[in-house]
Design a protein around this ligand. Structure first.
Ligand code: MCA
Ligand code: AMP
Length: 530
């Protein structure tokens, strides 16, 4: 990396002289303005706000303006360079939610570094896969996990509250203006890992065009403007909280009440100051469980959006009855960003995910033959458009299985489209559980259970759960106890671990010998139904 400081072990810069030559003092000293090259996302999302005093974030009662946030992002961009990263290199960020963590994303865009965010709930074993598969040049994680997560890749830290850590230290020694790396529409902006039905997670390659086109389309469709203040209670390691919420706000010049996580008290407190909220269905069911939710509380809101998991029509209707607002439900995937949305004006139809976005082509196709199906018939949703990813990182075989040569992506979601264009999701061709908006692939959990001593075989299913939408349940055959199974699954993130384990004499099978998961789901349907 010519002309760039290589990363060295961190040490405290308060106890050594400013001329020691270490990387902590490696900030550029000359007055030459940094180079500003074309960069698709930076130019659209950040450049218009560089000198803006307008608010961008409210965080723990503190206001952070656009210019201030973007100076933090520039420090992050410089810190990536100081750590030896070049445009195109991957950085893994497994951090808590904070303005600093958000600036790490913005800084990556500016530096041309490919951003790879991870759920802090992932265990060391799970992170090792992402690190090795992505070939990341740097991993940023909580200081408490530094030792556990290190493994051939340099590690710097950011504490959960974003207020300390060795990467923040490195940022603090950097200039608050930074060069803008040249990045075109087809360059990668992010690598988001999404679980596969078999094997390990796959990295979905998302370009600057993928992210920008979707943000532009949704800003226009959902009428986001500088007057908006969005309640942001989602995690920032997924498409929903990171791209949909954040990119649209940046593009519109609006601002966000950034909450560390969903908390009904905090949302109730924020509603009178906000204009919009994005959430997973669990947000809405939890709000409905709160007596303080009423018309007066939501009187100044103009938009409630739901996605990532099915919103029950009943929740939709109850929300309208209580607040007078029709929730706007939309549908997306890590690989596609958003693909459909109910209309802003017009019929926000409960139980449907609305219409294809203006720049997205959507087909309902036969699961086996791939033939186009007429309105009213159930098939698999396929989508094509500027929102669709470029394929799975280092997995041309998997990419070819799911991304057709003509650009249509086979989502694996089963749906029916009405003659009026509205899409209703009726199921999934993929064996997938969505719990509180987080995906759990039964196969991954079954493999972990089957590897335990005494286990003969297992079947993992999703059953209705009043709070999370679906809950993970395991039926296990073998000489083992439910407690031993649970104790053996600590290598999996907690949200993937079963909420209920049942030891059964055998798994129900059809005449072909295939496990009948539908029968298992039926048998356990009332377990958590509330
Ligand atoms: C936390 N826990 C969970 C989940 N979250 N268990 C199952 N499913 C979950 N989603 C576990 C914790 O490990 C803990 O277990 C216990 O529940 C309580 O943890 P806590 O952190 O207090 O939970 P919470 O704050 O109540 O979180 C629930 C939540 C959260 C609000 C639903 O998971 C959330 O914000 N989900 C949104 C996810 C999201 O953004 N998805 C978008 C993906 P224990 O107590 O036993 O230790 S992007 C996407 O899907 C596409 C592109 C799209 O269309 O948007
Ligand atoms: P992910 O792989 O985490 O991006 O999750 C994407 C999956 O979430 C989709 O394939 C759908 O199965 C599901 N999903 C997203 N939005 C909705 C929605 N509004 N209704 C039903 N399922 C949804």
């Amino acid at each position: 990396m010519p002309g760039r400081a290589k990363m060295r072990p961190m040490h405290d810069h308060t106890d050594h002289p400013p001329d020691c030559g270490c990387h902590l003092h490696a900030a550029p000293q000359d007055d030459t303005p940094p180079r500003m090259a074309p960069n698709t996302l930076f130019d659209a999302l950040f450049a218009p706000h560089m000198d803006s005093a307008a608010p961008f974030l409210e965080w723990r009662g503190r206001r952070i303006g656009y210019a201030k946030f973007l100076r933090l992002a520039a420090r992050a961009a410089n810190a990536y360079a100081a750590a030896g990263l070049d445009a195109g290199d991957r950085v893994i960020v497994q951090a808590g939610k904070s303005p600093t963590a958000l600036a790490l994303y913005a800084g990556a865009v500016q530096a041309g570094v490919v951003y790879l965010p991870l759920n802090p709930a992932y265990t060391a074993g799970e992170v090792a896969h992402f690190r090795e598969d992505s070939g990341a040049r740097l991993l940023i994680c909580d200081p408490a996990s530094e030792q556990v997560l290190a493994g051939g890749c340099p590690v710097l830290t950011l504490a959960a509250d974003g207020d300390s850590g060795s990467f923040l230290e490195l940022m603090s020694t950097q200039e608050d203006v930074a060069a803008v790396a040249e990045r075109g529409p087809d360059d990668l902006a992010a690598l988001l890992y999404t679980s596969g039905t078999t094997g390990r997670s796959k990295g979905a390659m998302l370009t600057h065009r993928n992210l920008l086109s979707n943000a532009e389309t949704l800003r226009d469709l959902w009428r986001f403007s500088a007057a908006d203040r969005l309640i942001h209670a989602l995690p920032i390691f997924h498409t929903h909280g990171l791209f949909v919420a954040t990119n649209i706000t940046l593009l519109a010049g609006g601002n966000m009440i950034l909450l560390p996580k969903f908390d009904a008290d905090a949302v109730v407190d924020a509603l009178p100051r906000a204009t919009a909220m994005m959430g997973v269905p669990t947000f809405y069911t939890r709000l409905l469980d709160d007596d303080r939710l009423d018309r007066a509380l939501a009187a100044d809101m103009r938009l409630f959006i739901s996605g990532s998991a099915p919103l029950l029509a009943e929740t939709h209707d109850r929300f309208t009855a209580r607040t007078g607002h029709r929730i706007l439900e939309r549908y997306g995937m890590t690989e596609t960003n958003m693909s459909t949305s109910n209309p802003y004006d017009g019929d926000r139809r409960a139980g449907t995910v609305g219409l294809p976005l203006p720049d997205v082509e959507l087909k309902i196709r036969h699961p086996e033959t791939g033939a186009d199906l007429p309105p009213g018939e159930i098939g698999i949703i396929e989508v094509r458009g500027p929102n669709v990813f470029q394929g799975y990182w280092n997995m041309p075989g998997k990419t070819a299985e799911e991304l057709r040569p003509d650009g249509f992506f086979i989502t694996g979601d089963l749906a029916v489209q009405g003659a009026d264009g509205y899409v209703t999701i009726v199921g999934r061709a993929r064996d997938l559980i969505i719990s509180g908006g987080l995906n759990v692939y039964p196969k991954e959990v079954e493999e972990a259970i089957d590897a335990l001593p005494g286990v003969v075989e297992s079947a993992v299913i999703g059953v209705p759960h009043a709070d999370m939408g679906e809950a993970v349940v395991a039926a296990v055959v073998g000489d083992v106890t439910p407690e031993a199974v649970m104790a053996g699954l600590t290598g999996l993130a907690r949200y993937k671990q079963p909420r209920h384990v049942e030891i059964v004499p055998e798994l129900p099978r059809n005449t072909m010998g295939k496990v009948q998961k539908a029968a298992l789901r039926e048998a356990h349907a009332r377990l958590f139904a509330g």
